[in-house]
Design a protein around this ligand. Sequence first.
Ligand code: M6R
Length: 608
Amino acid sequence: MCGIVGYIGDKDLNSVLMSGLWRLEYRGYDSSGVASIMNGDLDVRKVEGKLMNLQEILSEKPLVGKIGIGHTRWATHGEPSDQNAHPQVDCNDSIAIVHNGIVENYYTLKEELIKKKHVFKSNTDTEVIAHLIEENYNGDLKESVLKSVSRLEGSFAIAVITVSEPDKIVAYRYGSPLIVGLGKKENLIASDIPALLDHTKRIVIMEDGEMAVVKKNKVEFYNKDGESIEKEEREIKWGPESLDKGKYPHYMLKEIYEQPDVIERNIGLRLHDGKFDFGENFNFSPHELAHLSHIVIQACGTSWHAGYIGKYIFEGFSRIRTEVDISSEFRYRNPVIEGEPLVMAISQSGETADTLAGLREAKAKFLKVLSLVNVRGSTIDRESDSAIYLNAGPEIGVASTKAYTSQIFQLYLFAIYLSRLKWSLDTSEIEEKTRGIIKIPEKMRSTLKNADTIKDIAEKYKDAKHFMFIGRGINFPSALEGALKLKEISYIHATGYPAGEMKHGPIALITQNTPVVAIAPQSSVYEKMLNNIEEIKSRGAKIIVVATSGDKRIKELGDDIMYIPPCEENVSPVLVALPLQLFAYYIAVLNGRDVDRPRNLAKSVTVE
Ligand code: M6R
């Protein structure tokens, strides 16, 4: 987590650094800071709290200078405070550093540096790097950074400046993302592409163990041994306009409404005359896929929920055994993997530390990895054998919405493709499902037209302290996702549960004050869901149902109903997601929450 930026050039440093930090705010926002070099001295400004606090400081007293670094923080070591905010500096205020990641051996290094009389001012792991560079400094920042990073364990992307060499930013990547932006008489670095887009579309993606020495008129790249290397330049196809909220009050709402277009775009990209096209980075042969022994999916958070839905689809109609694991469990479980499985890593950002570690774990076992990622060129994308892109466009709201529905959609298509290869569905079934796909965007649009009703329902329940979300079959993971969406942005406690499990314990939680969101579209488990709803209703809970339009029976059971259009059961999670997202959104807004930047969270979780 955390976002770092750096700039060298003639533009106004305040606006370049701040606009970059605003673009990276999704990575963390508990404190922030900037540093520049002015008249041979470091000028460091940093402050606890949201980025607006830093903006105010800079508008009162702007930075002056031609070189600067900036940081927006998600605290790992040391609470959010002015002192722990980055940039961190050395003893003499001559070296400043911003850091994204964790220095795992910071304690040992700190003890060692304290013995050498270094004086620490913060509780961060990052400050160790500043002192280490100071300790190793011999008049060449590049050399001292290289020497210092060789002592670090953990993950880091850093940018360093020093008053002794005011013509360069030295940046190094190991385990956390780092991008270099190439301009004319100016160059930049950042944790993510959006922070560069206002200035350039020409970028270089750094790999682990690589260093960039960024000067105004050139950027030099080195490997960890200090040897000069050539790096490929890439051109970004999208512009800063796709990063605006447009007419919406929040990114999350904008992204919810973008979902039908995302699916439509993917239909255009993936389906050609009944044939499937999984894109330019999909390299598995039909032969390989037809002979898979099983599938192992590993992911985190919302992406894990999408993977869980994938299990139902792969097993349901591709008839392929599918295991789904949370990456932070998968990576340390030393999973028993036999046969010839396909390992799938699902991630919007493509940078989630645990998912990346799970991918590496799989590769260490000589397994092939297919990733489903939104951010092209991300680490997970680059380290996978094959990738299917979500094509959802930048997702900025911390709560994942459009990436989620695109993940389910890609899994659905991939499952149909596998069914064809494995002959687990006959041609007429495949054709029917393929025809059904074309109708999904329109069904999503008509679902979103119920937003006002959902807002009214949210108004009724906004003061509840606990919610339960229940579902069965393929919509059990939808219940998990509905609960996650609500709790992460509204801070209201919510639990997702398989409806059939309620009477094995959780039903004890049910009172008149525990609203239950029951996901009960028409499906093979519809009747079972009705029974579960009856059981809960008879214990006094209010029931909010996600149901198929035209369902008369549900009207008698549900206190409030959020409708979706009729659809194939395996597609229903895509439609079900929409009212659940809107419900969470409106409850959070009505409670005055910062929907796009919920507390304690970050969009891209690059630490484990
Ligand atoms: O970028 P990823 O899809 O790998 O992120 C995984 C989770 O961190 C993410 O889905 C998180 O749970 C979101 N806040 C959910 O809305």
